[in-house]
Write a protein that binds this ligand. Sequence first.
Ligand SMILES: [Zn+2]
Length: 250
Amino acid sequence: MIIIINDVGVNMTELVYQKDSYLKEFSAKIMDVKGNLLILDRTAFCPRSGGLSCDTGYLIKENKKYRVKEVFFDKITDEVVHKLDSKDHNLHPGDQVKGIIDWDRRYKVMRLHTAAHIITAILYKNYNALITGGHIYPDYAYDDYSLEKFDPEIFRRAIEEANNIVKQGIDVKIYWLRRDDALKIPGIVKLASRMPPDIEILRIVEIPGIDIQADGGPHVKNVGEIGKIVFLKAVNKGKRKKRLYYTVKH
Ligand SMILES: [Zn+2]
């Protein structure tokens, strides 16, 4: 999925996963607590946003483990909220905690996410199709495309082409660009309905020669880590909404 979200500095939490998608453990200070909802000064938990499932995991203080069952952006403040599975905890603002993310879940989402960018780039190149929706779950993903014709063969062929790109073992580049410069890049926004928010610096995810997008989510370092993209099914959800389901395997 294309997720276009706030950059470091917009809210009080440093989004560590945007700089290092492979960080499985981190330390942080609690900034705010409301019931079972916590805000940290930095986090490696990727919030649910723009089609990506959120991370889950644990926060640990003094050898006591608290389950993080959900992470999301607050609709009003845009802060990253960590939701514990219980209000019964001993966590307070100012406390130092250690965070551990459920890596197997995250890594699968990362592989599916980078795969999504490759498939999207192919459908854009071959059919000028834009992505009109979608979601990446830990076990599979789907994306909706603005294709006129419903033809599962279009998707099968796109996945075949994507798998050839995966075999090339291309390194994925992540960097930040000023908004004005980023928006000059052709095809940088393939999400039909959304432009990047009104922020000065955009995070760019580039698969050289294949795809370049403004994007806030975690990706694999090399497309080879995706393994093999597998077509699951195609569903006609209406005009400008031809849905492709797929997953990744090793
Ligand atoms: Zn994306």
